[in-house]
Design a protein around this ligand. Structure first.
Ligand code: ZN
Length: 187
């Protein structure tokens, strides 16, 4: 994972996004329970159930963070042509103008099924873009160190796994990448 380079505009928002490294999570296990339903829906390949569980996850999370909920489209396969608008991801995207998250269950070319972990991680990642606009009021939603930390906090909560401390390595141009060896070792 690599952060975005600092932008020329909206520097203050970018620095704030980078600085905020924690995210409160709901005090109950509701998201975990919904994620478990999502897991079984994915295993049985029922896209309507996957969609329902995703929508429930997002409505519950939006309620907790007191933001308007976002829309969700679950696609069977990644679209071959993705419009260059909003943020673009490998397994999903988020359109800040419509507040709609799209996630896909299969990759475009090889039609491999996205793993449950990757799917939940994508859902949390895209939802954090939504939070950047709706909760934090940032002018844009960048992939900063803080952004990845917030997305990770939500992901670990949703999966019931202990959060990991992320270790970062500076790159050129003001970017950072995660040092996975140290992160996985925890020191
Ligand atoms: Zn993103």
């Amino acid at each position: 994972m690599l952060t975005d380079a600092p932008p020329r505009k909206n520097r203050a928002d970018f620095l704030e996004s980078d600085r905020v490294k924690s995210l409160d999570v709901p005090p109950n296990g509701m998201l975990l329970e919904i994620a478990k339903r999502l897991d079984s829906a994915m295993k049985s390949d029922r896209i309507a159930d996957v969609r329902r569980a995703c929508a429930e996850f997002l409505v519950t999370a939006s309620g907790f963070y007191r933001v308007p909920t976002c829309g969700i489209r679950v696609l069977a396969a990644r679209p071959l042509r993705v419009r260059e608008r909003g943020t673009f991801e490998l397994f999903g995207d988020y359109d800040p103008e419509t507040s709609v998250i799209r996630v896909w269950m299969r990759t475009a070319v090889r039609k491999e099924v996205t793993s449950f972990g990757t799917f939940v991680s994508t859902l949390c990642h895209e939802f954090c873009h939504h939070l950047d606009f709706q909760k934090f009021g940032f002018a844009d939603s960048w992939h900063t160190r803080g952004f990845y930390e917030r997305a990770a906090a939500l992901y670990h909560h949703g999966r019931g796994t202990p959060p990991k401390k992320l270790f970062w390595v500076p790159m050129s141009g003001g970017r950072w990448r995660i040092d996975w060896q140290r992160t996985n070792r925890g020191a």
